[in-house]
Write a protein that binds this ligand. Structure first.
Ligand code: COS
Length: 382
C-alpha cells in the first residue's frame, strides 16, 4: 500500500533499509547466539544520521516527529529487533530531556545524541515497580548544590552501553505520583555503577542490565523539568515512544511474512509447492492482512501524535497493542508454515518468534495498554 511518504521520509526508509541489508542481516544470527552488543552497527547508524531523526534541528538533529521514528524503526526491525531495540532505547532515554529538560540540559546532551557520539537509556523499572510505575523506591535527596541518588534500576535496555541515563527517583515520598522527579545520570558519575547483565530469551543483541546508585552525587542542574513532575514526564515519554515499539512489531511481522511466503513457494510436498494448498494460503493471507492493518494503524497513530501532541495516550496504546500482538501471531504462524525447519536455527523465524514476545511486555505490557485505552474510553463517553 502507498502510505504517501514525502522525500525526507522516503530517504529515512531507504537509509534504514541499507543499514539492515548491509550491516544487520549478515550478523544477526551470530549476535543472537553470542548476545554481543552491536556497537559497530550503532556507530554505522550514527554515521547515517539515524540518531538525529528524533532530535530537534536547533540541537543538530533532523527534527523528525513520531512518524519519522516509526519509519526508521520498522526497517531496522526487519533485520533484527534486538539491534533495533538498542536504537529505540536511546530515543526513549533522551525523550524526557527533549520533552521537559531545561535549555542548559538540551544544549549539554542533544548534540551528542543527534550525532550518535553518546547513547541514552531510560531508568524507570525496579524490582518491585514494573507495571506500577509510581511504585519506584529509588530516592533523590538534596545536599548542598547536589542531588544524591540511592536505588537500583532493573532490566534497563542499553544499561552498561549508554553514557547518558534518565533516572526516575522519588524526591517527595508523601506526594504519590507527584513525588517523582527525573535526573540525568552520566556514566562515570560518583556512586553510579552497573549490576547484573541479563541473559534473555530474545532480543539477545540488546543489552539489559541493572543500574546501581549508591550515594550517587550529581549537580542540581541535572534535574529534568520541575521537581515533582517526573511521573507525568514519564507517562508522556512512554506515550511518545510506544508507537516506535509498535513499528518494531510491524517490521518483525513483515520479515516473518516474507520468510514464510518465500519458503511456501519453494517447499514441495505431495508434488506441489505448499503455497498451492489453501490451508497454507489462508494462513499467509491472514498474516499479510494483519501486518498491513498493523502498519496502517501505527502510521495513522504516529501522524496523529505529530499533529496533536497533547492527545497521545489512547492512539499510542492502541497501536502498541495491535502491532505487537500481530507480531506475536505472525511470527508464530511463520514458524508453523516452515514446520520442522521453522523450529531449527538454520532459518530465522524461530528467532523472530522469540524476539516478538518481549514486544508484548516491555514499554508497558499489553494488559496495561488495554487499561489505558479503556480508561480513555470511559472519559470520552462520560
Ligand atoms: N500523560 C500525562 N499525564 C498522565 C498520563 C499521560 N499519559 N497518564 C497519567 N498521567 C497523570 C495523571 O493525570 C495523574 O496526574 P494527577 O496526579 O495530576 O492526577 C498522574 O499521572 C497519575 O496517574 P494515574 O493515577 O493514572 O497513575 P497510576 O499509578 O494509576 O498508573 C499506569 C498508571 C498504569 C498507566 C502507569 O503506571 C503505567 O503506564 N504503567 C506502565 C509502566 C511501563 O510502561 N513500564 C515499562 C517500563 S518503562 S521502559
Amino acid at each position: 500500500m502507498d502510505h504517501f511518504l514525502d522525500e525526507t521520509q522516503q530517504m529515512i526508509v531507504e537509509t534504514a533499509q541499507e543499514i539492515t541489508r548491509e550491516k544487520i542481516l549478515p550478523v544477526r544470527a551470530e549476535l543472537d547466539e553470542s548476545g554481543e552488543f552491536p556497537r559497530e552497527i550503532l556507530q554505522d547508524m550514527a554515521k547515517a544520521d539515524l540518531f538525529g531523526i528524533f532530535v530537534p534541528e536547533q540541537y543538530g538533529g533532523l527534527g523528525g516527529g513520531c512518524f519519522e521514528i516509526v519509519l526508521a524503526m520498522e526497517q531496522l526491525a526487519m533485520g533484527c529487533v534486538g539491534i533495533a531495540t538498542s536504537f529505540a532505547a536511546s530515543a526513549l532515554g533522551i525523550f524526557p530531556v527533549i520533552l521537559a529538560g531545561s535549555e542548559e540540559l538540551k544544549q549539554q546532551y542533544l548534540p551528542d545524541i543527534a550525532t550518535g557520539r553518546r547513547w541514552a537509556a531510560f531508568g524507570l523499572t525496579e524490582a518491585n515497580a514494573g507495571s506500577d510505575a509510581a511504585g519506584i523506591r529509588t530516592t533523590a535527596v538534596e545536599d548542598g548544590d547536589c542531588w544524591v541518588l540511592n536505588g537500583t534500576k532493573q532490566w534497563i535496555t542499553n544499561g552498561g552501553e549508554s553514557q547518558i541515563y534518565s533516572i526516575v527517583a522519588i524526591t517527595d515520598p508523601n506526594k504519590g505520583a507527584r513525588g517523582a522527579s527525573i535526573f540525568v545520570v552520566e556514566e562515570g558519575d560518583p556512586g553510579f555503577s552497573y549490576g547484573k547483565k541479563e541473559n534473555k530469551m530474545g532480543i539477545r543483541a540488546s543489552a539489559t542490565r541493572e543500574l546501581v546508585m549508591r550515594d550517587c552525587r550529581i549537580p542540581k542542574s541535572r534535574m529534568v523539568g520541575r521537581r515533582g513532575t517526573g511521573f507525568i514526564t514519564v507517562m508522556k515519554t512512554l506515550d511518545l515512544s510506544r508507537p516506535g515499539i509498535a513499528s518494531l512489531g510491524v517490521g518483525l511481522a513483515q520479515a516473518a511474512l516474507d520468510e514464510a511466503v518465500a519458503y511456501a513457494k519453494q517447499r514441495v510436498q505431495f508434488e506441489r509447492p505448499i503455497i498451492a494448498f489453501q490451508a497454507v494460503q489462508h494462513m499467509l493471507a491472514d498474516m499479510a492482512i494483519q501486518t498491513e492493518a498493523a502498519r496502517s494503524l501505527v502510521y495513522a497513530a504516529a501522524r496523529h501524535i505529530d499533529q496533536h501532541p497533547k492527545d497521545m495516550s489512547k492512539v499510542s496504546s492502541m497501536c502498541k497493542v495491535f502491532a505487537t500482538d500481530t507480531a506475536m501471531k505472525v511470527t508464530t504462524d511463520a514458524v508453523q508454515v516452515l514446520g520442522g525447519y521453522g523450529y531449527m536455527k538454520e532459518y530465522p523465524v524461530e528467532k523472530m518468534m522469540r524476539d516478538a514476545k518481549i514486544l508484548q511486555i516491555y514499554e508497558g505490557t499489553n494488559q496495561i495498554q488495554r487499561n489505558v485505552v479503556g480508561q480513555e474510553l470511559n472519559k470520552e463517553y462520560s
